[in-house]
Design a protein around this ligand. Structure first.
Ligand SMILES: Cc1ncc(COP(=O)(O)O)c(C=O)c1O
Length: 383
């Protein structure tokens, strides 16, 4: 096995991060509040073009608080795409609400507007819709927003993977009533762990920050009228974020270049496709996904094994939530019908999972690393 490990997507630090951290140490702002937290909120909000932001300990915490702020509670139905990471829907269950999983479409792999429409027919009163921009590719936002508006249901944008991606020139995360970002270690920029909740409405981010700091009422003594959380981002973590934000556009350009290199390298192999990019968007290409043509004997496992033999990390596409044991009781809606109604129809999410995988998309990959990865994958197809 080769000594050097090639990663799927690992942190890329630049040096400015340490300057912000040093300043925090020098001024003894080593706390879950402080100037870096306030500045990171403002800088991120300015970057994506939204008025308000609340810096939190994780993207998952941000989704949880989005649901809390919207008053989602026991028994409420929330529409969530099936093809996503479990963090999108776990907070729905924290609040004892019911996730109903919506299938993907094939143009972007994201929530299918047709399946969403069907979802509203079967469940006429959901309390929220969560859309995800998978692997950084914007979902069909125009269609999804139109459906949500028609029913007066708030949209939460899980833009954990799509920070810096735009749809029709506007940043993902800024379309919904609430948007969330993640700064987990593998994301396009990282704070080691962290998240942000954004909104046009100050009342929403203020409420999120209040809940994130144990819901302390305005009183001298410790008084609480609501249940709160310890979800605030620390001043040290926010310092890393400020340094990373300076390099976000550069990271995006490098990620897009990786997608382009794979596209060119496999152009002559009809059995290989890449994750489709929304024609109305500019994706950050956080991870390049690959999909093997139906009927081809090569499997995603064959490719992942061949790469692993060379100490190269890759991974399956997210296993759809409706196929997860923990969500076996939840309904799954496609454009044709639903599992609960016994007429589910074709399952795009499962098909993408069965034929897809995520390719190494680390922006520190050298030209030689990329050549090696491409050679190994081409070899799996006898090229
Ligand atoms: C789609 C999606 N949603 C939510 C999350 C959760 O973010 P975090 O890890 O910051 O809690 C992640 C990533 O981890 C994600 O990929």
């Amino acid at each position: 096995m080769a000594d050097k490990k090639i990663y799927l997507s690992s942190p890329t630090m630049h040096g400015e991060e340490q300057e912000f951290i040093r300043e925090a140490f020098d001024t003894n702002w080593v706390a879950p509040l402080g100037p870096n937290v306030n500045a990171f909120e403002k800088e991120l909000a300015d970057y994506v073009g939204i008025a308000h932001a609340s810096a939190l300990s994780a993207g998952t915490a941000a989704i949880h608080l989005a649901l809390r702020v919207l008053g989602i509670g026991e028994g409420d139905v929330v529409f969530v795409p099936s093809l996503t990471f479990s963090a999108t829907c776990n907070p729905v269950v924290y609040e004892k609400a019911t996730p109903v999983f919506i299938d993907s479409e094939t143009d972007t792999w994201n929530m299918d507007p047709e399946a969403l429409k069907r979802g509203f027919e079967i469940y006429p009163n959901p309390k929220a819709v969560i859309v995800v921009h998978l692997y950084g590719t914007p979902a069909k936002l125009d269609e999804i927003i139109e459906i949500c508006d028609e029913h007066g249901v708030p949209l939460i944008e899980d833009a954990a993977e799509s920070l810096s991606s735009t749809y029709k020139g506007k940043h993902t995360g800024t379309f919904g009533k609430i948007g969330i970002y993640s700064f987990n270690g593998n994301k396009i920029i990282t704070t080691s762990g962290g998240g942000m909740l954004v909104s046009k409405e100050e009342e929403i981010t203020q409420k999120a920050t209040f809940l994130a700091t144990q819901a302390r009422d305005a009183a001298r003594h410790y008084q609480h009228s609501q249940i709160g959380y310890n979800y605030r981002m620390s001043n040290i973590t926010a310092g890393i974020g400020r340094g990373q934000l300076l390099h976000l556009e550069e990271h995006k350009a490098l990620k897009k270049e990786i997608y382009k290199q794979y596209k060119e390298a496999f152009a002559d192999i009809p059995e290989i496709g890449l994750n489709p990019l929304n024609k109305d968007g500019d994706a950050n290409c956080w991870l390049t996904g690959m999909i093997i043509k139906e009927g081809c004997p090569v499997t995603p496992d064959n490719i992942m094994d061949a790469l692993a033999d060379h100490n190269i990390e890759s991974r399956p596409v997210w296993k759809p939530m409706h196929l997860q044991p923990v969500f076996a009781e939840c309904d799954f809606v496609t454009a044709k019908g639903s599992k609960g109604k016994g007429n589910q129809g074709a399952d795009v999410a499962a098909d993408v999972f069965n034929r897809g995988l995520c390719l190494p998309s680390d922006i520190k990959n050298t030209k030689e690393d990329m050549e090696l990865i491409i050679r190994i994958i081409r070899g799996c197809f006898g090229r």
